[in-house]
Design a protein. Structure first.
Length: 338
């Protein structure tokens, strides 16, 4: 079995190649289906599960609990205030967090007493607070503003850096795919949308563009003097660049996703650090989707946007003529030898 290094070398030299650009209709179709599902599943599944910071409500924090059974807290709240649903989370070690809709003062005291008894703690180990939705709304507004500013600046800077607006458009389309698909998977998982999750989504933006810029740099290098070349067409040079950077993209993804995966699966799920789930899940999904978006969406779209330019059409015709001439010579040699 060939080593990964040999595999990467074969991709770089062109000895081995995968059709990312040539089969773009397939990738675009699959991407379209994923985008539709990412919108419809949360929509028909009841929407996103917004946390208390966005919807508002009452929150109880119980420390030094004798056990961390979630159902105990849910039963205590239901018994104290019938008809009230509670979200109970083990946020760290022997600390539990209980969130409900907004409660009156009497209801708050009743729930507090019920939780104190259920978890075997004293008055000093349980606190109650009311969280208003205005703070979460401010976070959402600032996040949207930050996203818009980021996209605008990134579009302009990439256009200046690569000296073509088409690369900016392709990169932004890839970025949009990452955000929509990540949000769709996040919504389908049922995880709460918290300020930590918003931070995770914004962090994905920079990672997605980083991976795209690495691939686009190689594309620019390969296509610098494309009009003078008769070796490959523009689309073929783009495809070669994607293959040449494929190993690097995979390695970068693995290096980034492993520590995030450790936080998600070990820290959040095994150790019960609930506050880490929202951030790590958004990052985990976004990093993986970003890599696939660059390879299957952004790069093929850039080739599609530019291959119809007159200069590239003329250059493609020259490549086809050269290949036809070489094929004719080969056929003549075979006939002569026979």
């Amino acid at each position: 079995m060939k080593s990964f290094a040999t595999f990467g070398n074969e991709l770089y030299t062109g000895e081995r190649s995968y059709e990312f650009v040539g089969k773009r209709k397939i990738w675009f179709s699959i991407t379209g289906v994923l985008l539709v599902l990412s919108i419809l599943i949360p929509l028909f599944g009841g929407g996103f599960n917004f946390g208390i910071d966005f919807r508002g409500g009452s929150q109880f924090t119980i420390s030094s609990v004798t056990h961390t059974d979630v159902s105990t807290g849910e039963s205590a709240v239901a018994a104290a205030v019938p008809g009230t649903a509670a979200v109970v989370t083990n946020i760290a070690g022997d600390t539990m967090q209980v969130q409900t809709d907004r409660l009156s003062d009497d209801q708050t005291l009743a729930v507090k007493d019920a939780l104190k008894t259920a978890y075997g703690v004293t008055e000093d180990h349980i606190t109650s607070t009311f969280v208003g939705p205005s703070w979460g709304q401010d976070v959402s507004r600032q996040a949207i503003i930050g996203f818009i500013v980021f996209v605008l600046l990134a579009t302009v800077l990439m256009a200046l850096y690569f000296r073509t607006w088409r690369m900016s458009i392709a990169a932004m389309v890839g970025l949009l795919v990452v955000m929509v698909v990540t949000a769709g998977i996040y919504g389908a998982s049922g995880f709460e949308v918290t300020p930590s999750a918003i931070i995770g989504f914004l962090t994905i933006l920079s990672y997605s563009l980083y991976d795209t810029v690495v691939v686009f740099d190689k594309i620019r290098e390969n296509t610098a003097d494309i009009t003078k070349s008769e070796r490959r067409t523009f689309a073929e040079e783009v495809n070669l660049a994607v293959n040449q950077t494929l190993v690097r993209s995979i390695n970068t993804m693995m290096v980034a996703v492993l520590p995030v995966g450790s936080i998600l699966f070990i820290g959040a799920l095994l150790l019960g650090a609930g506050t880490l789930r929202d951030l790590s899940l958004a990052l985990f999904i976004g990093i993986i989707v970003s890599t696939f978006s660059t390879v299957f969406v952004a790069a093929p779209m850039y080739a599609w946007l530019r291959e119809r330019e007159p200069d590239h059409l003329k250059q493609a015709k020259k490549v086809q003529q050269r290949r036809a001439h070489e094929a004719e010579q080969d056929a003549t040699e075979v006939a002569t030898t026979a």
